[in-house]
Design a protein around this ligand. Structure first.
Ligand code: GAR
Length: 204
């Protein structure tokens, strides 16, 4: 079966991107092929990870494009150039507009570091999510992979995994545990599920 061409969008360190690259190498992600990494921040370490894996990486910043519309148009040009059929948001911190997401129905997935609908939505990203979870005193948090639509963290849920919150956790410690026990496992699994569906649809 012809593999689904995947673009991964990143903003930072890219440990989730690494999990996807490793999963592809190990055959856990077998229905999809990562063809492009798009960073919206200059010098993101994720780009280095892409380079090390022999995957092309490009940087498109909102600031340099001048508007969200121009930013999304530039990204769309790259997606077309690389023939992308699916997008994975792996720690991508720009909120895409409906104009963009409606062009990719059930073809964009995102990883969120909490159990949606808790600690999600606009402004809830990275360590802020774990700070909020600890401030609330929850005993369980986790990660969610969901389809992306115009509502931040509002699309259909694909996979979730719970992770224990322990006494004395700092946001950094909790973040690391959720990455290790949930995110790096869940995101490749969800990527395979969606890539497989798209590949099968093409064959049908
Ligand atoms: C991850 O924890 C991811 O779930 C989170 O940012 C981190 C990126 O780390 N994403 C969000 O908060 C999106 N709302 P990474 O660059 O090492 O993959």
């Amino acid at each position: 079966m012809v593999k689904t061409k995947i673009a991964v969008f990143v903003s930072g360190g890219g440990t989730n991107l690494q999990a996807l690259l490793d999963a592809e190498r190990k055959g856990i992600l077998q229905s999809g092929e990562i063809v492009l990494v798009v960073s919206n921040t200059k010098g993101a370490y994720a780009l280095e990870r892409a380079r090390n894996a022999g995957v092309d990486g490009v940087t498109v910043t909102r600031k340099e494009c001048g508007s969200q519309a121009a930013f999304e148009a530039r990204i769309s040009e790259y997606l077309k150039e690389y023939g992308a059929e699916m997008i994975i948001l792996a720690g991508f911190l720009n909120i895409l507009t409906e104009d963009f997401t409606k062009q990719w129905p059930r073809r964009i997935i995102n990883i969120h570091p909490a159990l949606i609908p808790s600690f999600c939505g606009k402004g809830m990203y990275g360590l802020k999510v774990h700070e909020a979870a600890l401030a609330k005193g929850v005993k369980v948090s986790g990660a969610t992979v969901h389809y992306v639509n115009e509502v931040p963290d509002g699309g259909e849920i694909l996979l979730q995994k719970a992770v224990e919150v322990k006494e004395g956790d700092t946001p950094e410690i909790l973040q690391r545990r959720i990455m290790e026990q949930a995110e790096w496992i869940l995101l490749p699994q969800a990527a395979e599920m969606v890539a497989k569906r798209i590949a099968e649809e093409k064959n049908a």
